[in-house]
Design a protein around this ligand. Structure first.
Ligand code: ADP
Ligand code: MG
Length: 302
């Protein structure tokens, strides 16, 4: 079972040929409503790859939350520990996306959601792998500490955060902290990406990774630095690639794959995702991920 904790959004997507340079009226080719948010997309990924999956997040009690909950139900993803806050709006974003996948995005979070910090009662056990992001940072930090004590795997998506004590605590406690490129730049100011990663390893002395878009993933395991680069593919949508990577990585750990196998599995899933548009509705299935994994290579750098 993969338990994903954090961000959930209702994304309103409008597809256009080209993003205009000025604020003018243009025609849209298609509009869609999609479930989004890092942890929510990770929970869909785990389910698509054959794991049992749970999502825990904060919702308002509005039409948006009804739509999102129906999407989780349709996909048999458990939401029983999620919180529904009275008179609050569910997080939503408006996205204008062009045919190359470039986008303009405005995201809205109701402060009533962000200020709600009461933790759900959770039941920790070794059959679960936790996948946390930085949205509900109080709960993510709590989970990173609990899992550390109980020696349970906890994959942390360190993207879109402001550096804080809680974030440092998550990096220290989560068994598998994985930064995005922006995330690692926020966490360590000095040096190039390799130096930042090595500096974090010196502090934590355990696995640490960074995802670098089309440049793949760098990670440190037992003091060695590795690089996994995806093959060059035709990319149509990179939105949510990182979230898919995290869901797939947690699924691989849950299926007892080692680190290298798990990074290859997650890279395969995220790269295939980039080749299709449709957000959470375009996550690849297990068969295509396994086939594509064979094309992915890992090299030891240091
Ligand atoms: N342009 C791309 N081509 C191939 N794979 C990609 C591309 N963008 C992302 N990926 C895959 O998705 C993973 C996560 O993407 P990344 O952009 O680093 O995450 P985030 O969206 O959180 O910043 C990458 O490590 C890679 O495997
Ligand atoms: Mg991300």
């Amino acid at each position: 079972m993969i338990v994903c904790i954090g961000s959930i959004f209702l994304d309103h997507v409008s597809k256009v040929d080209k993003l205009p340079k000025k604020p003018i009226k243009i025609l849209s080719k298609k509009i869609e409503r999609r479930l989004g948010g890092s942890a929510a997309v990770a929970s869909f990924t785990a389910k698509k790859l054959g794991c049992k999956s749970e999502f825990i997040g904060r919702f308002g009690n509005d039409d948006a939350s009804k739509f999102l909950i129906s999407e989780f139900k349709k996909n048999s993803i458990n939401t029983k520990n999620s919180i529904f806050i009275k008179n609050a709006q569910t997080s939503q974003s408006y996205v204008i996306e062009d045919k190359n996948g470039e986008r303009l995005l405005a995201a809205y979070n109701d402060v009533k959601l962000l200020n709600y910090t009461k933790k759900p009662d959770l039941n920790f056990n070794k059959n679960k792998v936790y996948s946390i992001d930085s949205r509900w940072v109080e709960l993510s930090e709590f989970i990173s500490k609990k899992t550390q004590k109980k020696k349970i795997f906890c994959v942390a998506d360190l993207d879109n955060f402001k550096l804080s004590k809680k974030i440092k605590s998550i990096v220290k406690n989560a068994s598998h902290p994985i930064f995005s490129e922006e995330g690692i730049k926020e966490y360590k100011k000095k040096g190039n990406i390799q130096k930042k990663l090595l500096d974090i390893y010196k502090e934590t002395n355990k696995f640490v990774a960074v995802t670098l878009g089309s440049n793949g993933v760098l990670w440190i395991e037992d003091g060695n630095l590795y690089h996994c680069k995806p093959p060059k593919v035709k990319v149509v949508e990179t939105n949510c690639a990182g979230d898919v990577f995290h869901g797939a990585f947690a699924s691989a750990l849950n299926q007892k794959k080692n680190i290298t196998q798990s990074i290859i599995f997650a890279t395969s899933t995220a790269t295939l995702k980039c080749m299709k548009s449709g957000g959470v509705y375009s996550i690849p299935n297990l068969n295509s991920v396994s086939r594509f994994s064979k094309k992915i290579k890992v090299i030891k750098i240091l």
